[in-house]
Design a protein around this ligand. Structure first.
Ligand code: C2E
Ligand code: MG
Ligand code: MG
Ligand code: MG
Length: 278
């Protein structure tokens, strides 16, 4: 295998790509080990109702600590986990752990608190996903309505996407479209799917207080959400000006560093109290 790979590398790969490939291989081994020795953590980023300033939920974000004060970004290693198939095991761990951690503090959280868990395209096609969701919920004490699964527009390109979504929704959970507006999916296709929430990508939030065209995009997405009777969450709110401009366009909820970064479950209750009292 090594020989074959070596020969291929010489023919098809540039030196930079060879480095990338061996880096990917090292990363894959490190990911396997991290799963085995339980190094992953989950942090939770609050989602806030812009009208009432109540925290309505939190998004589970995978963290891979490298030392005391740094972690490797999931944008770096999730694609490798996808390519190698490791995403199945990592995703299962995230689902079980996020439900268990939030379930264990559910009595201290707002009654209608909703946990969001990210699913990458390949996870969505795993046949045991609905069973995993049901089992994770049952063990956690959370109601199915308290779980939402975030899928990206890339996932929507799969042929049987309607059935995949329907199978998941049959368990009672909600479906959110993540990073909405950045993919290549057709608007009419997205809006015909049985979904519950649009998460408006942070690229539309970045200049919303300065760029009227960004405000117009936000207003248009919010209008679609209203007409479809589904929720809207703006991602990546970092400043008070962005918060005000987003609220002004009628967006339902917001998420971003302005409110809070993602925090460990052990800090979630106090973080929510801090957000709600300011
Ligand atoms: P995402 O699902 O769109 O998650 C939101 C990302 O935006 C998070 O990055 C979050 O930390 C970041 N963010 C939140 N507020 C702000 C803000 O105000 N400003 C800026 N600049 N960024 C903000 P993170 O944690 O690095 O995750 C990146 C991506 O990795 C996620 O994007 C998601 O696609 C993926 N990911 C994370 N955890 C998981 C997981 O458990 N499973 C899967 N399949 N993917 C995951
Ligand atoms: Mg997400
Ligand atoms: Mg997102
Ligand atoms: Mg994003």
């Amino acid at each position: 295998v090594a020989k074959e790979a070596g020969r291929r590398r010489a023919v098809e790969f540039t030196p930079q790509m060879a480095t990338a490939a061996s880096e990917r291989w090292a990363l894959e081994r490190a990911l396997r080990l991290a799963l085995e020795v339980h190094s992953f953590r989950i942090h939770y980023q609050p989602q806030v109702c812009l009208r009432t300033r109540r925290v309505v939920g939190a998004e589970a974000l995978l963290r891979w600590p490298q030392d005391e004060c740094s972690y490797l970004s999931p944008t770096h290693f999730i694609p490798v986990a996808e390519q190698t198939g490791l995403i199945a095991a990592i995703g299962e761990w995230v689902m079980r752990t996020a439900c268990a951690e939030i379930g264990s503090i559910r009595h201290q959280l707002p009654p209608d608190f909703r946990l969001s868990v990210n699913l990458s395209p390949r996870q969505l096609t795993l046949s045991k996903l609905p069973a995993l969701v049901a089992e994770s919920l049952a063990l956690s004490g959370l109601a199915a309505e308290q779980l939402e699964l975030e899928i990206t527009e890339t996932s929507l390109l799969q042929d049987d996407i309607v059935h995949l979504i329907e199978d998941l929704r049959a368990t009672g959970v909600g479906i959110a479209i993540d990073d909405f507006g950045t993919g290549f999916s057709s608007l009419s296709r997205v809006t015909r799917l049985p979904i519950d929430c649009l998460k408006i990508d942070r690229s539309f939030v970045r200049d919303i207080d300065r760029d009227p065209s960004q405000a117009a995009v936000m207003a248009a997405i919010v209008a679609i959400g209203h007409r479809l009777g589904i929720r809207t969450i703006a991602e990546g709110i970092e400043t008070q000006a962005q918060l005000q401009a987003t609220a002004m366009q009628g967006c339902g909820c917001g998420q971003g560093f302005w409110f809070s970064r993602a925090v460990p479950a052990s800090q979630l209750v106090q973080t929510i109290a801090r957000i709600e009292e300011t």
